[in-house]
Design a protein around this ligand. Structure first.
Ligand code: T1G
Length: 704
């Protein structure tokens, strides 16, 4: 422990230090990268407060964080491990009960347990631009260190409920206006801490023990939030527990904290918490690829070839990230369509508050240029081709790019299934060729499959990941195969759905069952939305090489032959008109006719069987994608489906779900289904080994 003459900062432990400056005891946290409230932070902070309580020369205590942020929350890496004293709620109570006044300086992203520590201090000063929030609900839990009790005392029940059940951060201005913080300051956290401590002593900064504040009753807000969540989050567990916890804020603080702890533990035990935490880590784990150590090339300007939906979406994403874009098309009409779509996309960004009106004008006037000549791309650092999905067209374009683009330019294709090796072979620089598969709408969907061909250079892969980060997307590394990771697996499990439809389940029953599992839309709703003509074209492309043993279901083809392509033509599996989507009787008639033609006697399917077949198919193909090295780890497949295919986040992804079901059970299911179709239902070797060894996909992820 530091000596009586504390000169300079004295380490309490590796991550907490104290300084005494006159009557001020200064506590600094330094636990990079985000000052997570790890056991070391909690125990060091407890010791530091205790030490300063005993110092007669210290009248006031100030707490701040070094680095880019004050505490960004409990250390998520400790979840699932045996908790270690001091627990965060106990630490918060210890801080609040301090005889000496304690002020906290917030900066960066003060979230979760970090904000809860701040709320237990006797005053809060936030640096300008700080984001404060209680995002625990996004992890399937709730603020478990007094946040549900102290936030309503300071900011009122309604504001606290919105913040806690949405998990969204609020601005410092909002936090100040609602009483969560007492002041907004500018400058260095340490300097602001010293000045705030002075003001706390002088009284210009009010001192309050949050737990002693009475929370104003607001039954109406509680009931309104319960009604809202019953409609919008019926399938989730923790949001409803958040409301129950806030409802206890009228109890004395210690009783309210006990109720919060009971509800927090219930959330921690929920499988949804495991799924949501897995989802959180998946988005970070996927960036850890073999090529991560390579130096990415500097991307200052990009070219996009093709002004269709995808090309203009990709151009919009790059423009919103501040990159100048040159858009090319075959003719002026194509360019006009492209720039018109980009302008509409930017309008949407303005409406969503992601872009100012001036920013929109600046982009259109100075960041976007267009041309009908590929020579306009001679100076860009990266080109993304997003034209018609026809290999001959792509080969011609890449042959031209090879001549036109500067040395070192990255040449990328947005193809969703064609072979990048073939495309690379049309150039003299295959090392510079890569797949960057965006998902529509490309300026909204977070997923980007970075498809690595045989000769793609490591720094080109690293460039793909760096571009994704700049575009705020989640990049997942994929090998080359038909459909890469997501579309390949989707094509496979969609067959399972089609087989059930042929054998007796209606599209609506299948969609309803999968919405019950947690998907926002079922497979036939998705097909109608994407456009049935797209899969129709793919089916025709594959017809020539489709194995004779494969059971083929021509129902969607028949629907397309009528010109019914789904939403865009007003009907597909469903009818879309003023009365709202409903099953299409013409499609049902086609289903009946095809069943009769095939001699199928339709049978009923329970929702459980529908989900079982659908998920087992998804997991089986995911396992093969893993076995073949197309995906690096199971968590990569989870990240693809969570961010590109609407997989329910609380279930953590298909491979996380596989661990919940268990490999042995999955093998049994496949062997059972194989009795009716041994060609489609095959047990992947890896799954059989896992069933025998007991290994899980989580253990594979941990091995990296
Ligand atoms: N615990 C442990 N590690 C964390 C972490 C956390 N809370 N937050 C981030 N990291 C790691 C992350 O894995 C990555 O590691 C690195 O920090 C940079 O993160 C009792 C129980 C803070 C906005 O939910 O939202 O408090 O990959 O890449 O984009 O009520 O991280 O480099 O090895 O995301 O600048 C509540 C979660 C917890 C905040 C920064 N807190 N984190 O974003 O960097 S529950 C949260 C974030 C809780 C209490 C309860 C973001 C960020 P690596 P990053 P970023």
């Amino acid at each position: 422990m530091p000596s009586d003459t504390l000169a300079g900062a004295n380490a309490v432990n590796d991550v907490v230090s104290i300084e005494i400056i006159g009557k001020i005891g200064l506590i600094a946290l330094d636990n990079p990268p985000v000052n997570a409230a790890s056991h070391a932070v909690r125990s060091g902070l407890w010791q530091a407060v205790e030490t300063l309580q005993q110092r007669v020369d210290v009248e006031v205590i100030a707490l701040y964080g070094k680095g880019r942020t004050f505490i960004a929350g409990a250390d998520i890496r400790e979840f699932g491990k045996p908790p270690q004293d001091p627990w965060l709620p106990e630490l918060c109570n210890f801080i609040e009960d301090s005889e000496k006044p304690i002020v906290c300086v917030l900066h960066g992203t003060t979230l979760g347990g970090g904000l809860e520590v701040a709320l237990s201090c006797h005053a809060r000063v936030a640096l300008k631009g700080t984001k404060v929030g209680l995002p625990e609900v996004t992890l399937g839990i709730l603020p478990g260190a007094g946040g549900t009790q102290r936030a309503p005392r300071l900011a009122g029940v309604a504001f606290a409920l919105e913040m806690i059940t949405s998990g969204k951060p609020v601005s410092t201005q909002d936090a100040l206006e609602n009483g969560l913080i007492d002041r907004i300051a500018e400058g260095d956290p340490r300097e602001v801490a010293l000045s705030a401590a002075e003001d706390l002593v002088s009284g210009t900064l009010p001192r309050r023990k949050t737990g002693e504040i009475e929370a104003a009753p607001d039954q109406a807000a509680l009931e309104a939030m319960r009604a809202k969540l019953a409609k919008t989050q019926a399938q989730l567990f923790s949001p409803h527990k958040c409301v129950d916890a806030v409802a206890a804020c009228h109890l004395p603080i210690k009783e309210g904290m006990a109720e919060e702890r009971r509800l927090y533990n219930a959330c921690m035990d929920s499988p949804q918490r495991a799924g949501l935490i897995h989802a959180f880590f998946s988005e970070r784990a996927v960036a850890k690829v073999p090529e991560a150590s390579a130096e990415p090339r500097d991307i200052q300007a990009i070219g996009v070839i093709g002004g269709g939906t995808m090309g203009s979406g990709i151009a919009t994403a790059a423009l919103l990230a501040g990159l100048p874009v040159t858009l090319t098309e075959r003719d002026q009409a194509g360019l006009d369509r492209g720039t018109d779509t980009i302008a509409k996309n930017l309008d949407g960004a303005v409406k969503r508050g992601k872009l100012s009106t001036d920013g929109r004008e600046e982009i259109l006037s100075s960041k976007l240029s267009t041309s009908t000549d590929l020579t306009a791309l001679s100076d860009v650092d990266l080109v993304i081709e997003a034209v018609f999905e026809e290999m001959s067209v792509k080969r011609e374009i890449f042959g031209t790019l090879d001549k036109v683009c500067k040395q070192g330019a990255v040449l990328a294709s947005n193809t969703s299934y064609l072979d990048i090796n073939d495309i690379a072979a049309t150039t003299s620089r295959p090392a510079d060729v890569i797949g960057l598969h965006f998902f529509s709408p490309a300026h909204v969907m977070r997923l980007l499959e970075v498809v690595v061909a045989d000769k793609t250079a490591p720094e080109v892969v690293a460039t793909g990941f760096a571009l994704a980060k700049k575009l705020k997307k989640i990049a997942v590394r994929s090998g080359v195969c038909d459909g890469f990771i997501g579309n390949r697996i989707m094509t496979f499990y969609k067959k399972a759905a089609d087989y059930m439809m042929m054998d007796g389940a209606s599209p609506e029953e299948i969609d309803t069952a999968m919405r019950g599992f947690g998907f926002a839309m079922g497979p036939y709703q998705v097909a109608d939305l994407a456009g049935l003509d797209i899969s129709w074209a793919a089916n025709k492309r594959r017809a020539a090489t489709r194995p004779a043993e494969e059971r083929y279901i021509p129902i969607a083809d028949r629907i397309c032959e009528n010109g019914w392509f789904g939403r865009k033509t007003g009907q597909g599996f469903y009818i879309y008109d003023d009365e709202g989507p409903r099953p299409n009787p013409d499609a049902l008639a086609i289903i009946d006719a095809e069943r009769e033609k095939a001699g199928v006697r339709p049978r009923s399917f329970t929702p459980e069987e529908i989900v079982s077949r659908f998920m087992t198919a998804m997991i089986a193909e995911g396992t093969r994608v893993l076995e073949e090295g197309i995906a690096l780890r199971p968590i990569d497949i989870d990240a693809v489906f969570l961010n590109g295919y609407g997989f329910p986040r609380f279930r953590g992804g298909p491979m996380h779900t596989a661990d919940v079901i268990g490999a042995a059970d999955l093998v049994r299911r496949i062997e059972d289904y194989a009795k009716e179709d041994g060609y489609y239902w095959k047990v992947p070797e890896l799954l059989r080994k896992m069933a025998a060894s007991g290994e899980t996909f989580a253990e594979m992820n941990a091995r990296g």
